[in-house]
Unconditional design. Structure first.
Length: 256
């Protein structure tokens, strides 16, 4: 299916944490077609920024599409300043999403803005009769998007949130929290976050049924420029086309 160019309208701009917002957009074309784990290319400040920015789809239905926007540069800063009624051009849905298993217990592991690609997945797992728990990690407590955490809790079982720095009930990384669990109690694992986080999970999850969504810089988003290629056991693959979701076993983690 060819990607769709859609002019959307900002319905809501929700401040989720000190550095993140959730944008709810009108979308009668892309929203209904999006699968968990897919992404869209977003036109940010088109008068000044040439390249579109890739964003995982946080949530979508037949009428709306939502993005989780963490402030990291000029494009995301511009998006966070949009007000309801503003217009935004997006292209999608792009990439290959998660393979959803309808049986067995799932564990979702997200780091920072990587939690965005797991929101639709958590809902889809529940709607298909499955169950999931979650571990989410952030640098500090100020970065925790409480609005998003509460939304996840409507679809997941046990939710564990940890921070690397500062005061919080749980401190440490997602790997620290994973070590506290009985890994054998889960049959399927889904992870998205910084490459460093994913590499730290490899020793624990590589031999299991683990899917990872890779966060890479993208120029075109359509597989033309090959700028987001990663090395896998079956050759180089483009994160924007063959990914962003891969089996943990197929990625050459030594090359990242």
């Amino acid at each position: 299916m060819s990607p769709i160019i859609e002019k959307t309208v900002v319905l809501e701009n929700i401040k989720a944490s000190a550095d993140s917002h959730i944008l709810v957009l009108s979308s009668e074309k892309i929203g209904r077609l999006t699968q968990p784990g897919q992404f869209v290319e977003v036109s940010c400040d088109p008068d000044h920024l040439v390249l579109k920015r890739p964003f995982s789809v946080y949530e979508a239905n037949e009428e709306t599409l939502s993005l989780y926007v963490k402030r990291v540069g000029k494009g995301s800063q511009w998006l966070q300043q949009l007000r309801p009624g503003g217009s935004l051009e997006i292209i999608g849905p792009l990439g290959n999403g998660y393979r959803i298993i309808e049986s067995g217990r799932c564990l979702l592991i997200g780091g920072g803005c990587g939690i965005a690609s797991l929101k639709m997945l958590s809902r889809e797992i529940e709607e298909r009769g499955g169950s999931s728990d979650a571990i989410f990690g952030f640098k500090t407590a100020a970065e925790i998007p409480q609005t998003a955490i509460e939304a996840f809790q409507t679809h997941t079982g046990t939710m564990t949130v940890t921070v690397e720095m500062g005061l919080y009930p749980k401190t440490g990384t997602v790997v620290d929290r994973l070590k506290e669990l009985t890994i054998g109690a889960y049959q399927h694992f889904y992870a998205c976050g910084p490459i460093g986080m994913l590499k730290a999970l490899v020793p624990f999850l590589q031999t299991l049924d683990t899917q990872v969504s890779l966060e890479m810089r993208m120029a075109c988003g359509f597989g033309v420029c090959y700028g987001c290629s990663v090395k896998t056991v079956s050759g180089n693959k483009r994160v924007c086309c063959e990914g962003p979701v891969f089996s943990m076993q197929e990625v050459d983690w030594h090359d990242l």
